[in-house]
Ligand binder design. Structure first.
Ligand code: GLP
Length: 253
């Protein structure tokens, strides 16, 4: 039994959990429920430290043994460009290790940017065309970037709806994943804001004291391209799961 507070803020549901472990369990339960309801679910997955434990829980032996994920498809949300696909810093290696391999997601059920494409713009077009051929994403799991970005949709004067080559900000380039490579990362590859907002359901995970001001900014519900996560207010089915450290004041348990 999990203890948590559920706060309905218009269409955004906020679940406050005690800590990162409970947040992760809650998120994993939500994914498992979604797979039970729709075995051929399409999941779009972020990487980074926030969802790692959730993925570990999903890849637990009981899920692997029960074959629950046998029909699930996975779409990679974003990728560090210019790295070899087997570079330990890539989202590719992260997703393969944490979820695709443990759950036996084969290449037919996996859509992902090639990090090392010699023609990144064409690679983005390939992803957009592939997305157009499949049903909408059922559940998109997002983390909250240090400057309010989603995927690599960085704060800017305007946002890009579709898969694109992203100019990364200094703060994004300082993300811990980039410390795992010696290669200077020239750009990011990411689904665009429309791709994200077309998902049937969005799950935003936010943990840690360092994310509290960001979550506060999101909950202020002011939609601006300067804070891409604020566009989640335009989506009818967003659940935010945060831990107590990230919980900004007004939503105390
Ligand atoms: C990176 C990733 C995003 C991720 C974000 C937050 O920029 N490209 O997909 O959501 O960082 O990462 P973390 O969970 O480590 O804070």
């Amino acid at each position: 039994m999990h203890s948590c507070t559920v706060i309905g803020l218009s269409d955004m549901k906020i679940i406050v959990t005690t800590n990162h472990e409970e947040l992760s369990q809650r998120a994993a339960d939500l994914v498992v429920d979604a797979v039970r309801a729709k075995p051929n679910l399409t999941l779009c997955l972020a990487t980074g430290s926030t969802p790692t434990r959730t993925y570990e829980l999903l890849a637990a032996p009981k899920n692997v043994k029960s074959d629950q994920f046998a029909q699930v498809s996975i779409i990679k949300l974003d990728e560090w460009g210019g790295l070899a696909m087997d570079d330990p810093a890539t989202c590719e290696v992260y997703l393969q290790q944490h979820i695709c391999q443990p759950l036996g997601i084969n290449s037919e059920r996996y859509l992902a940017f090639q990090s090392d494409s010699p023609t990144p713009e064409e690679e983005c077009l390939r992803i957009q065309k592939a997305l157009e051929k499949v049903d909408p994403i059922d559940l998109c799991i997002l983390g909250l970037g240090a400057n309010g970005h989603l995927g690599f949709n960085e704060p800017a004067e305007w946002l890009n709806p579709f898969p694109h080559v992203a100019t990364l900000t200094q703060s994004t380039l300082q993300h811990p994943m980039t410390q795992q490579t010696d290669v200077a990362i020239p750009y990011g590859l990411t689904l665009g804001m429309a791709n994200i907002l077309q998902a049937r359901q969005i799950l935003l995970l936010v943990n840690g004291r360092h994310k509290r001001m960001l979550l506060e900014k999101l909950l202020a519900s002011r939609i601006t391209t300067g804070f891409p996560a604020s566009f989640l207010w335009l989506h009818p089915n967003v659940t935010v799961i945060c831990d107590q450290e990230a919980n900004p004041g007004g939503h105390v348990r």
